[in-house]
Design a binder for this molecule. Sequence first.
Ligand code: 9MR
Ligand code: 9MR
Length: 721
Amino acid sequence: MPPTTTSLIRNPSRLSTALLTGALLVGGLASAPAVAGASATAAATTAVRVNQVGYLPDGPKRATIVTTSAQALGWQLRNASGAVVASGSTVARGADAPSGQSVQVADFSSHREAGTGYVVTVDGSSSVPFDIRANLYDTLRSDAMAFFHHQRSGIAIDASLVGSAYARPAAHLDVAPNKGDTSVPCQATVCDYTQDVRGGWYDAGDHGKYVVNGGISTWLVVNSFERADRAGGEAALGDSTLRVPERGNGIPDVLDEARWELDFLMRMQVPDGKPSAGMAFHKIHDVAWTGMPLRPDQDAQPRELHRPSTAATLNLAAAAAQCARVFRPYDSAYADRCMSAARRAWSAAKANPAVYAPASDSTGGGAYEDARVTDEFYWAASELYAATGESAYRDAVTSSPWHTSADAFSPYGFGWADTAALGRLVLATVPNGLPASDLARVRASVTAAADGYLSRMAAQGYAVPVPADGYFWGSNGEVANDAVVMAVAGELTGDGRYRAGALETMDYLLGRNALGLSYVTGYGETSSQNQHHRFWAHQLDASLPHPPAGSLAGGPNSGLQDPVALAKLTGCAPAACYIDHIDSYSTNEVAVNWNAPLAWLAAYAAERTSAGGEPPTAACAVTYTLSNVWSTGFTANITVKNTGPTAVDGWQLAWTHPAGQSVTSSWNATVTQSGTAVSARNADWNRTIAPGATVSFGVQGTHTGSTPSPTAFTLNAGTCA
Ligand code: 9MR
Ligand code: 9MR
């Protein structure tokens, strides 16, 4: 039976009642003390909320202003020397349910000039200073990915790679006081042998290692490389781009990082000859919850393997099949090993299709419970089909109810328990033998999902892709996962609106949100720094570090599922149910499945190739035709042809009017004149110019006696013929 929308929402924390009635602020701009000018020490939580890191020159640039004013307000964008470089009017949005605030939006996207120290000012209140620059996300690309190296189990984290504050001894290699992970017994009745399950990544702030969450996280890390590879930007994730011990081994560092976890996932597979052979143990963690803080090498709890589950087995099958495909050019022996683990896992899941991890199994580690695994079957089948082309896997794809279900992309995004969307992303992007019409339908489902996120963003004051009742445990991961879908839709269609949507989610994560706070450690004037973590526990022990830069907090969770959240956040509007306190694990933990889409997105946003980031230098031809001239005025039609090999996505055509002409109105483009310099910007509907295609627009203006036609035009950065 096709799954229903409600059956998708099985994560109990997602069912918690959303608190939609946060009090609206009263009396004008709500803010910390208003900050004048471009002071670099501006209080971060001002009424003017921006991406505190900044904006890409060619990306969307919007700020959200908290105010009770019902009237649109004027905004000014000032550069570092305080000069107004752009200005306009906000759009009043009124009450914004998720944040419980009354807000307005300022859009300064058309300002593309790079610089530092920009400030947006509205009605006397100023944003924190921010940059506009193309290399904005270069450091986050590596920091967000470095998170995984920091989380490695079974290897010393070396000061030469991470600095002394983050260095620590190898842990969970059976060196006292550790009691794992090289020979770990099962829970009573689960098995009568021990297994070497060393390595992998710690899941989060705890020292558990979970195959369910490990599979999707590994998949996203490897997928970030695949996406970059398709876009021609893989070099940025290649060998010697990350501070990992495997630097310089000839294999892309992102894949080295993924391999650390893949090796662990394969060690979790039940050996041949044992009951449930080929399945994966659901998880391995401490017998009892450990206290805080606790460096992993100091953990003295015994460790146990928990019963295999179908969901874990299919996570292994999917991640290992992807491994077989992606590692093939670099290490074919490893690719073979992954392929055989994937096939064994698939067969074992088919033989044991309904072994569910229970929600009750949460002593000493998280449950990662999942009693609906048809979606995991679909995801794994899609990967196995993409890896092998074999008809048995194709049939498993096409006969899955998820292949045609309208619910594969849930409004709550994909996640560790909801993996059908991953199957669609694989089929939509990896060449496979599905019939063209079926493939078109799969791809259309990706763009339809992205359209849903875009329209939700457009309806919200803070442009968040999740619904008002979607702020559950790990909502920031959900936001980032939605952005991944939008980015893929952009890749499939070339439609720049999707890239804009994906980039705008970064604005949310980095400060344009209900709390005016960046959820990424070390990025932005005010960022999360006390995430729940047993080693990065500075808040509990000043000798320990804060989480390293690039660590994403779980984010607002209206479920209030920890004592600090309950004590401090009762009554919060959903998007404001967050506290940067180390004990608030339900709003402020870190986790591999949240940093994975952040790293994916950072790599995407940092990319500057013709397929991805900066607009390529345009090749163009322009005809300027005076259609009517009278004693004091004129009209002109302008046609721009893209003579280059790649689509122009978003354009700005510039020329000069040297003889005293002045533009008074325009159609099919937004035209502004400053002195003699004229600039025409695309409308939303004509922003893309395919190779060989043309767009036309027109202007009307005044002149002082004659109106010679301009002869020199530039399109984006390129000079037109
Ligand atoms: O530290 C644990 C965190 O990683 C989990 O996400 C969370 C929910 O399973 O549980 C945390 O551990 C807490 C435990 O559940 C209850 N006692 C306090 C623990 C944190 O100090
Ligand atoms: O991300 C998980 C979230 O969806 C669940 O609601 C929550 C409670 O079961 O557990 C979260 O995962 C935690 C895991 O159980 C233990 N390690 C830390 C994870 C992040 O908080």
